[in-house]
Ligand binder design. Structure first.
Ligand code: CA
Length: 260
């Protein structure tokens, strides 16, 4: 009798569990728990209506000019709607300045401390001969107060830029692996005024990332994360920034930023 009761109770429990699993509520909950929000939004810049809108802080997530270097700094970041080297869509244009800095940044939907990949299209128009570095591509965090994300060495993990190569019209993709280290040439002899897709495969715990340029590199190039002068490397990454510096001036364009 007791045994019979427990079987009935068990069957009832099983039926209840099955009915829950098949309920519309469960079907809603299960995929939501599995799905991950994209790390970035508005990667193609198509929804931006103007440079002013692009530079403004968006809630809850979006691009914004994060360096706030006076009145002129932010205005180095423009929204270009003209066709450039085969890209007729909207894109970001960074103007060159030896006086001001500008950063276009976006916070990830969630901070990352494991492995993840991001890619972006970049076209370099010009790089000042001195100090011969420009078009900064930074991934890090906003752990230091003031100046915004990726603006201080200890906030940086991915630190890529371009330099003029020795041949006229050619440029090298370079990585800054530390405040004390000489820049490392990652991909040499690319062309000015041409679009490239750069991809980074990041391993936060290993303090490394691999860099690929679509159609150029045959295998990803291993790069060390940036080591700040304090000898630190960020253990959690939350922001991507593209930047022009007063001591790293140049003109470049960015489009299609996101996960590969
Ligand atoms: Ca676009």
């Amino acid at each position: 009798m007791k045994r019979g009761m427990s079987i009935i109770a068990l069957s009832a429990g099983l039926l209840f569990a099955l009915s829950i699993a098949n309920s519309p509520v469960a079907r809603l909950i299960v995929p939501a728990a599995k799905a991950q929000a994209p790390l970035l939004v508005d990667g193609d810049f198509e929804k931006d209506v103007s440079g002013t809108a692009l530079r403004a802080l968006e809630k809850p997530q979006g691009w914004y000019e994060s360096r706030a270097d006076g009145v002129k700094g932010p205005k180095l970041v423009l929204l270009s709607k003209k066709p450039v080297a085969g890209n007729a869509t909207k894109k970001v244009w960074f103007k060159t300045s030896t006086k001001h800095n500008a950063y276009l940044s976006q916070a990830f939907s969630a901070p990352q401390s494991g492995k993840f990949s991001l890619k972006w299209d970049i076209l370099v128009k010009s790089i000042h001969a001195k100090p011969n570095r420009a078009a900064f591509q930074l991934i890090g965090n906003d752990s230091v107060k003031g100046k915004g994300p990726d603006a201080t060495g200890s906030e940086r993990f991915v630190a890529l830029a371009f330099e003029n190569a020795s041949a006229k019209g050619k440029i090298n993709l370079i990585a800054m692996e530390g405040a004390a280290a000489k820049p490392k040439v990652v991909v040499p002899n690319l062309d000015l005024a041409k679009w490239y897709t750069v991809q980074v495969d990041i391993d936060v715990q290993a303090k490394t990332y691999a860099v690929s340029v679509k159609g150029v590199t045959t295998a990803p190039v291993a790069v060390k994360a940036f080591v700040a002068k304090e000898k630190t490397v960020p253990s959690s990454l939350s922001h991507i920034s593209f930047a022009t510096w007063n001591d790293g001036p140049g003109s470049f364009m960015i489009d299609n930023v996101g996960q590969p």
